[in-house]
Design a protein around this ligand. Sequence first.
Ligand code: NCD
Length: 314
Amino acid sequence: MKRKNGFKNKDILSADQFSRQDLIFLFQKAKLMKKIVRAGKNSKMLQGKIMTALFYEPSSRTFGSFISAMQRLGGGIIPLQGMTYSSVAKGETLEDTIRTFECYSDIIVLRHPEVGSAKKAALASTVPIINAGDGVGEHPTQALLDLFTILGKFKKIDGLKIAFVGDLLNGRTVHSLSKLLAKMGKVEFFFVSPKILRMPEDLKDQLKNRVLITQVEKLDEVIKKVNVLYVTRIQKERFSNLSVYEKIKNFYIVNKKLMEQARKDLILMHPLPRVGEINPDVDNDSRAVYLTEQMSNGLHVRMALLASVLGKIK
Ligand code: NCD
C-alpha cells in the first residue's frame, strides 16, 4: 500500500503529533536510507538544501547524526554548537536567532534547555523546526529511532513489556518514547526510578488510559520479566542541589551479573551518554544494542525524516 508523506513542511515538536501511518511511512523510508548508506551511494536527494543545527546544549549523537544525515543526502549544513561563539552570548533572543537562520537555511534542528523552546521557535519560523531536545520536555527524533530499533528486533509492539530505568522525571527521551509506544500497540510499562525521579504525573495520566503501568524502585523486581530494558542517565544538569545528585547517581548499575537474570530475547537500550549506569562488561552481550543498532538507526531515521520534511521523498 502506498502511504502518504505526512511530514512535508511540518515542524517536528512532539511524539504526540505522529499517527501510526506517519510512523510506518517513516520507517519504510529509514530502511531505504540504510540501503543508501550501506551501498556507499552518493545520494543527491537533498542537494541544494541547507540545514542549520542550532544546539544550545551539549550533544554528540543527535548533533553528529543530523549533520551526517544531511551530508549523506548531499545537503549542506550550518553547524552551531556551544553558543558562546554566536550572538546568543551577546544576549540575542531565540526568536531573533531563528529568524536569522531561516534566511540561511531550509530547516532548523534545535536543541535548547527550555521546555517549549522548539514550539516557540516554530512560531517564529517560516522554515520547519525539528525539536532535538527541549530541556526536560521531549526528544521526538530519539523516540523515533528507539521505536524503529524495537520494531526491528521484535517486528511488533503488542505484548511487549518495557522497563524504563533511571531519571524518568528529567529524561526527555523516555517522555517521548513512552508516548510513541503507547500509541503503537498494547504494551506494558515498568517505570523503575528512585522516588524523587518518577515519571511526571501528567504524562502518567496521559499514558495510563492506554497502558498498564507498574512503578517500582528496584530493578531486580522487573529484570526477569521485561523484553526491553531502556536505561537512562541521571541528568546531573537538571539538579539544583548537586549533593542530591551525588547521593543518587549510582542508584542503578546494569552489569553482567544482572544481565544473567534477564530474558534471552531482551534488548538493552540506552540513548547515551552513559555515566556508569551500564557497565562496559555488558557491551559485548548480544542483547546490548546501544552501541550498534540503536546508534546507526539514529542516522537512518534522521535521513528519512529530513528528506520527508523537506518534501524530497514520496
Ligand atoms: C539524550 C538527551 O540529550 O536527551 N541524549 C541523546 O540525545 N541521545 C540523553 C541524555 O542526555 O541523557
